[in-house]
Write a protein that binds this ligand. Structure first.
Ligand code: SF4
Length: 247
């Protein structure tokens, strides 16, 4: 995670002076902000808003500070909006990441306000709240959906019971929406064996996934040599858009 932790006091003061009225978007809890990224929203220069809170406890979580929903935060939404106003015309978009953005019912209001400034919007989600995803989809230009494991392994990887069920629903909603997207899976052989990874890829392709990224679940890049060459070729054949990358 690349959170720019520099305080935004100056911007925050300006936001306060604007006598911002309380509204729904203000309730979104922001755990961090990256002011510029070229890799989190394909084809766009973007800022990333890291939403506070996640109900799951994945063992490899890179953002553990963002997991507690009630943790103290250094930013609030009016400060983020004040920052975004300074970037209108300079950035293409804003990514809502986390934590889990769909944990917060104020997400759609925050997306709406972001779009009112002329930004495109993207969401990184693990898909555990399909109805909130459905509400947000019309307000999104791109979605990165985590598919964490074969469905039978989901509870173990996420440390949450029955966690595969809402993700399957979210995947179906995303595919049906036509919203540009990518499914991504963090994998290491310690999580589940390569044979299950292959079966999972076949299942995703059968469900209609066309863009899949496989991310290394450990320090260091996931090289093609970490997987048998025939497996990599099979993945490349299954998905028109397939990539191996460092998580
Ligand atoms: S869903 Fe994402 S933010 Fe939540 S615990 Fe898992 S890796 Fe961390």
């Amino acid at each position: 995670m690349r959170i720019d932790a520099t305080p935004l006091e100056a911007i925050g003061s300006a936001a306060g002076a604007a006598a911002h009225s309380a509204h729904t978007a203000d309730r979104i809890r922001v755990g961090g902000l990256t002011r510029l990224t070229s890799i989190d929203f394909p084809g766009r220069l973007a800022a990333v808003v890291f939403c506070q809170g996640c109900p799951w406890r994945c063992g490899y979580c890179h953002n553990p500070d963002l997991i507690p929903a009630g943790a103290a935060t250094a930013l609030d939404w009016p400060q983020v909006m004040a920052f975004l106003r300074t970037r209108a015309g300079l950035l293409d978009g804003v990514v809502f990441s986390g934590g889990e953005p769909t944990l917060q019912t104020a997400l759609s209001a925050a997306l709406d306000e972001t779009r009112s400034l002329g930004f495109e919007t993207a969401l990184h989600t693990a898909g555990m709240y399909p109805q909130r995803l459905a509400t947000a989809l019309p307000l999104l230009d791109w979605v990165g959906l985590d598919i964490k494991a074969p469905w039978s392994r989901y509870a173990a990887v996420s440390a949450a019971r029955n966690s595969a069920i809402p993700v399957q629903e979210s995947l179906g909603l995303l595919l049906a929406s036509g919203t540009p997207h990518e499914c991504r899976t963090t994998w290491h052989a310690d999580l589940f064996p390569v044979g299950e990874l292959v079966a999972m890829a076949l299942d995703l392709a059968e469900r209609g996934v066309r863009s899949w990224a496989l991310q290394a679940g450990r320090v260091g890049a996931l090289a093609e040599t970490d997987l048998p060459a025939d497996v990599v070729r099979a993945f490349q054949g299954l998905f028109p858009h397939f990539s191996l990358r460092q998580a």
